[in-house]
Design a protein around this ligand. Sequence first.
Ligand SMILES: NC(=O)c1ccc[n+]([C@@H]2O[C@H](COP(=O)([O-])OP(=O)(O)OC[C@H]3O[C@@H](n4cnc5c(N)ncnc54)[C@H](OP(=O)(O)O)[C@@H]3O)[C@@H](O)[C@H]2O)c1
Length: 341
Amino acid sequence: MKHLPAKYKAVVLPEYHPNVIRAMLGLKIKEKNIPILKENEVLVKIEAAPINPSDIAFMQGGYNIKKTTPCVPGFEGTGVVVKSGGSRSARALEGKKVSCFTQKDSDGTWAEYFVTHPEDCISLSNDMPIEQAACFAINPLTAYGLFETARLNKSTAIIQNASGSQVGNYIRALAEMAGTEVINIVRKKETANMLKEEGAKHVLISSEDDFQEKLKDLSHLLKAKTAFDAVAGQMTGILYNAMPAGSKVLVYGGLSGQPIGNIAVLDAIFQDKHLRGFNLNAWRKAKTPETIHEITGELQQYFIEQKLVTHIQGSFRFDEIVDGLKKYLGGMSKGKILLTP
Ligand SMILES: NC(=O)c1ccc[n+]([C@@H]2O[C@H](COP(=O)([O-])OP(=O)(O)OC[C@H]3O[C@@H](n4cnc5c(N)ncnc54)[C@H](OP(=O)(O)O)[C@@H]3O)[C@@H](O)[C@H]2O)c1
């Protein structure tokens, strides 16, 4: 193993703030000591870590994971395991390139070094590009898990909102491979144009006057009985009410920041419609480690063959975090922002 420095740089969130600008401007760059590892821990030298919507909600104190502050944000990233705590599974990762994540009350990935557990690392092929590996541990599996529901429902068509997102982008790609039609919903015309240029067939803009009518007509025409909702608020009810009888809406994000609403009572009673949540961690836990290994292997291959591609709009060093966040918040559909040492 290479010689390790005594200290490393990290982005630190001193405290949560509901106002995203204040939370963002409160971030500091601090030096931390390289920690002493517990037996079942590994030290990852981070090469890149993305900014996700969960990071924004986290900094605002509005995510389901709350860490003790001050803390280092960042739920995922990629790098090389440079040290292990000595357990068998930790040692097996030494020197390996990994995608890694954490959901624990410990420092996150927006730092030069990151401590995690072997089960929260995905060992990567050398052919996996760094920028794709940085965003590999959470969103592609989320898209896979959501799409699995559409497969189980035998849906020949699905609906998704926030379709300019990277999860939306992977879902479109998985649907194309499976021959499933996708009704994409976005909130901005420029995002609709971007998706159409990429080849998306059905794109609806939620801010247009006839949106709900168009959604109802198209979902009935295509028999779209599964919807993936990342927005929540009134949008959940709009999806639910527009869909044919027997439909399922999976809420997996709360981008609107609003409680779910607007569900038609008669549809709930008489149309056999279902609403439920989707949470990647629960989905993962319901699978054996062997199955997850197979799925991550399949997904890696898609990235290597460029059947799945994460759009990246820019890279910023950890000490440029505020500029990176501003760029991301200025246009999330343009792609991920990566943070690098
Ligand atoms: N449940 C789970 O386990 C799980 C796991 C992973 C991700 N997620 C969720 O998946 C969603 C997508 O994540 P991502 O990383 O793929 O996103 P992303 O690539 O960073 O893009 C975010 C997208 O959300 C759109 N958006 C933001 N606020 C919106 C609003 N109020 N109404 C409608 N659209 C809005 C953005 O559109 P503009 O360009 O118009 O801003 C952009 O297309 C997020 O909600 C995330 O929390 C859930």
